[in-house]
Design a binder for this molecule. Structure first.
Ligand code: HEM
Length: 472
């Protein structure tokens, strides 16, 4: 005997659309937008969406919950185990090449692996895994990439010292330059036009199928990218590409277009981790202690700092919506959903589930003690066969930049952000609004007991600054 899948009412469907799906798209699914991000933080948009979906899970059961959308089968995933299944069973029968993603990413990477299927997807996936060295915590090029990260952070710190403030605009300019150097090397150091061309296509991607086609602009961008790859120097990711065989299906320039886009998430994670460490002095001290035991000129895995980056991505996932379309009818308990169903995973629902003891707390240890590994729904880098193949490389670059920033200065959070010592982490954190004041770095105390610091530090909301008794 078959049960009918639970279906949201029309009102509930509209609520889900307005509170969970629309804000994620309005904030810019492909290229983040400043004003919607500021508004989302102001109204803590993610909190409202988490509450709504938690209520609907209580009302309708663990789902997946079908939405009332004309001419489409759309279901929101509500159970952690179902997130695990959806990701484990990708790309068949759950393809990452969803209708919406295809329209959005197709604007600048029509042959990107994430929007590919069948043998083409397999060839592109294998190529990405090989070049990005998905399974190695430290890429074989790490010794060449680390000096770039160190030098560019030093250059940034010098500028910031003169102006006494590090804001997002300055950080992002430096990060974009660093990414160009990591991927293409010196010839692309000042090639801002390459990124401007990509950004323009990404902005069109924000509109998915509503935007106009950009065929000529995309062809010009691809040609420019191929040139940059051909001219790239040694010790760059472009060199790794030249060393990797590829068949005609791969289109390396489209895979690299995805990388350039994805490196934005790593930059956002660096800024947010710096901010969260500014209000968690005990954790900052633990990170400094870890750094004190390493040679700054040698690539190192830095497990604790990595865990801090992962934790900032749990608290504020840069991919809040993971989408999969089913290629066949699928069974969910006693119910079935038709082929062509679009499954929506709203990751903050799981990352911040109020039932988790660490839901709104900065708890990097969950990435070290097995808690996160055992949970199939903590997925800042997605999971299963289509998980992010750049995870290790992104974490290496993010921790490398953070390590240098933390070694060189103490960063005080000066922006009126909702992050405060001893308070629950805000559900939404606008990275555009973050600003820091550099102060001379203090020596770490090797061997200090660093973690449970939260309530020992004070906060001043009146001045809009974020202070801590321990580090002040
Ligand atoms: C903090 C930084 C990053 C985060 C949080 C992140 C997260 C993700 C997520 C969630 C997905 C899956 C998307 C989906 O299923 O719809 C993904 C896919 C992917 N990412 Fe990343 N990513 C990051 C950085 C990078 C970097 C730096 C690269 C390359 C240099 C990269 C390469 C890729 C590729 C190629 C895919 C597509 C995988 C496939 O379709 O099989 N990512 N990433």
């Amino acid at each position: 005997m078959e049960d009918a899948a639970p279906v949201a009412s029309r009102h509930e469907t509209i609520q889900i659309g307005l509170r969970a799906i629309l804000p994620a798209f309005a904030g810019g699914a492909v290229k983040r937008r400043r004003v919607p991000m500021a508004l989302a933080e102001r109204f803590q948009a993610d909190r409202a969406a988490i509450r709504l979906l938690t209520r609907l899970r209580e009302r309708h059961g663990p789902g997946p919950l079908r939405l009332r959308v004309p001419k489409r089968s759309v279901a929101v995933v509500l159970a952690p185990g179902d997130v695990g299944r959806l990701l484990r069973e990708s790309p068949e029968p759950f393809t990452p090449d969803s209708v919406e993603k295809h329209a959005a990413l197709g604007k600048f990477q029509p042959h990107g692996v994430l929007i590919s299927r069948g043998p083409e997807r397999a060839a592109r996936r294998n190529w990405n895994e090989a070049v990005l060295e998905q399974h190695r915590p430290l890429h074989h090029l790490a010794p060449a990439l680390l000096p770039v990260l160190n030098e560019e952070v030093d250059r940034l710190t010098e500028t910031v010292d003169r102006r006494r403030e590090l804001d997002w605009r300055r950080f992002d300019q430096a990060w974009q330059r660093t990414v160009r150097l990591l991927v293409f090397g010196e010839p692309a150091r000042e090639d801002r036009e390459l990124i401007a061309a990509l950004d323009s296509l990404r902005r069109s991607g924000n509109w998915a199928y509503l935007g106009r086609p950009r065929t000529r602009a995309r062809a010009a961008f691809a040609a420019r990218l191929r040139r940059a790859l051909a001219e790239a120097g040694p010790g760059t990711l472009a060199e790794a590409i030249r060393d990797e065989a590829s068949n005609g299906a791969v289109h390396p320039e489209d895979q690299v277009a995805h990388w350039l886009f994805a490196f934005d998430a790593a930059g956002i994670a660096v800024a947010r981790t710096l901010a969260v460490l500014a209000v968690h002095p005990g954790h900052r001290l633990a990170a400094l202690n870890e750094l004190a035991a390493e040679d700054p000129a040698e690539p190192a895995e830095l497990p604790f700092l990595r865990a801090c980056v992962l934790e900032s991505l749990r608290l504020w996932p840069t991919t809040p919506l993971i989408l999969r379309d089913s290629t066949a009818e699928t069974r969910w308990g006693a119910t079935r959903l038709p082929a062509g169903t679009s499954f929506v995973v709203y990751t903050p629902l799981f990352h911040r589930d109020p039932a988790r003891p660490y839901a709104d707390r900065f708890a990097p240890d969950i990435w070290l003690d097995g808690t996160a590994r055992e949970d199939p729904s903590l997925v800042p880098f997605s999971g299963g066969p289509a998980r992010c193949p750049g995870r290790n490389l992104a974490l290496f670059c993010a921790t490398g930049a953070l390590a240098r920033l933390l070694r060189e200065r103490e960063w005080r959070l000066t922006s009126p952000s909702p992050l405060y010592t001893g308070r629950p982490a805000p559900a939404t954190l606008d990275h555009f609004g973050l600003a820091f004041r550099p102060e001379p770095a203090r020596q770490p105390l090797l061997g200090a007991a660093p973690h449970g610091d939260a309530n020992r530090h004070s906060t001043s909301r009146a001045t809009g600054t974020h202070t801590s008794a321990a580090s002040g």
